[in-house]
Design a protein around this ligand. Structure first.
Ligand SMILES: Cc1cc2nc3c(=O)[nH]c(=O)nc-3n(C[C@H](O)[C@H](O)[C@H](O)COP(=O)(O)OP(=O)(O)OC[C@H]3O[C@@H](n4cnc5c(N)ncnc54)[C@H](O)[C@@H]3O)c2cc1C
Length: 401
């Protein structure tokens, strides 16, 4: 197995690196480096517009809609450089979730209406799948949509809807037929978030952020044409959506970048006459996490290099999600442990900005956002399929249990 990249791929890496050096404003990169969550909408928009202007707004989309023809390896290099430059990897629900569904199953009118503003960063999307009582068991969802004349009338409630208040649009799973097997009666509906009858209530999460929401839908009227594909096929489209980004949920690039921050923090902390990073208890822990992050990287590269041919890809994807999300918690715990008692002082933040006390001037730049980051990382083993659900999938598909 060769571990080096071809000269062409290395040249590509330099091209991406110099693009970020020239075009990513330093103050914006600094905000992303600190890691306020969610990032300010103006920053998300400006960053996306910058990428789009270069033709890199959605590298995984087909070229005809503004994507690239990069190999999986080039996409990997691009993501490495994006994280290395402290760029933003954010508009997931739009660019990575609903867009592939529209491209595969949407009408031409859907594609023309929704893809251009999405890739420009002009319109944001929320994902309305989970409900109280329908998370892991999503097929039991109860929000219903009834066709009345030329409109769908939607009633029900969604929960944990990330970014609902800053999004123009939502893609919702709704029950359109209660008389068939649960998975068969679900449809995929696009709803403007400012439609009368929608009430959005923020949920404050553990780190103090308010990106999560409850969404109540009461007699919400949506044009018939906002249904994607066929009625009753929503479950199939949702599964396609979740399968589309096979290695993304490994959080590889996040883990690599945050590990580096942990190292920088620990190198700056004095313990007696020495540095924390040189203490065997800490350096041993750091090394173990580093080895696991590296193993994750080679696993991701292996999946990328045989993207369509792996015998049991679904089990592999679940293993990557499980491993990557648990690592996310170990890496961010390392950061917080390195900060010691100081970590308690840094987590307060207002809308889109992390506030550090004055005396933090001597700490590395990334420190103020780390406690919030570690708290948010608790959620990574829940969203996108919980830890237990991933283990069930692996047990069934990989071991036939
Ligand atoms: C930060 C965050 C952001 C989110 N963003 C969105 C979003 O934008 N849109 C959206 O639709 N949803 C979103 N979610 C919801 C997320 O998808 C659900 O929380 C997740 O699917 C789990 O569902 P649940 O919360 O109902 O828990 P439950 O399904 O009730 O699970 C509770 C516990 O039981 C365990 N469990 C459940 N079933 C089994 C089983 N069969 N075997 C073993 N253990 C089991 C679970 O692992 C978990 O530990 C988000 C969640 C979080 C935390």
């Amino acid at each position: 197995m060769r571990f080096d990249f071809s000269p062409e791929d290395e040249a590509f890496r330099l091209e991406v690196r110099s693009f970020f050096q020239e075009h990513l404003p330093r103050d914006m990169a600094r905000r992303f480096h600190v890691g306020a969550h969610p990032p300010a909408r103006a920053d998300i928009r400006a960053f996306q517009a910058m990428l789009h202007a270069r033709g890199w707004g959605a590298p995984h989309w087909p070229v005809a809609w503004g994507g690239t023809d990069w190999s999986p390896l080039r996409k990997h290099i691009f993501m490495e450089e994006l994280y290395e430059a402290d760029g933003l990897d954010y508009s997931w629900q739009g660019l990575h979730m609903v867009a592939p569904v529209l491209i595969a199953f949407g009408s031409e009118a859907h594609k023309r209406r929704f893809l251009p503003p999405m890739i420009r960063g002009d319109e944001f999307w929320a994902q309305g799948f989970s409900e109280p009582g329908a998370g892991s068991d999503l097929a039991s969802l109860r929000t219903r949509a009834e066709l009345v004349g030329d409109e769908w009338v939607v009633n029900g409630q969604k929960i944990w809807t990330s970014d609902a208040r800053m999004s123009e649009w939502g893609f919702f799973l709704v029950r359109t037929d209660a008389g068939v097997k649960p998975q068969r009666g679900i449809s995929f509906l696009l709803i403007p978030m400012d439609t009368p009858g929608i009430t959005i209530r923020p949920i404050t999460s553990i780190e103090g952020g308010t990106g999560l929401n409850e969404v109540f839908l009461e007699n919400v009227r949506v044009p018939r044409g906002n249904l994607v594909g066929e009625a009753g096929m929503g479950w199939t489209y949702a599964k396609y959506l979740l399968e589309k980004e096979r290695t993304a949920s490994a959080f590889l690039y996040f883990n690599k970048r945050e590990l580096e921050k942990a190292r920088v923090i620990a190198a700056g902390v004095r313990v007696g006459a020495g540095r924390l990073i040189d203490r065997p208890e800490f350096s041993g822990r750091l090394a173990r996490v580093e080895v696991d992050v590296q193993a994750l990287e080679y696993s991701v590269l292996r999946v990328l290099s045989q993207e369509t041919s792996h015998r049991n890809l679904d089990a592999v994807v679940s293993a990557l999600k499980l491993r990557g999300s648990m690592l996310q918690q170990r890496v961010t715990d390392l950061q917080v442990d390195a900060m010691g008692l100081h970590a308690l002082r840094f987590w307060e933040h207002g809308e889109g900005e992390v506030i550090a006390p004055e005396q933090a001037a001597t700490w590395p730049e990334s420190v103020p956002g780390r406690t919030a980051g570690a708290l948010i990382a608790r959620a990574s083993t829940i969203y996108g399929g919980s830890q237990e659900i991933q283990k069930n999938i692996i047990a069934k598909l990989a071991f036939g249990l």
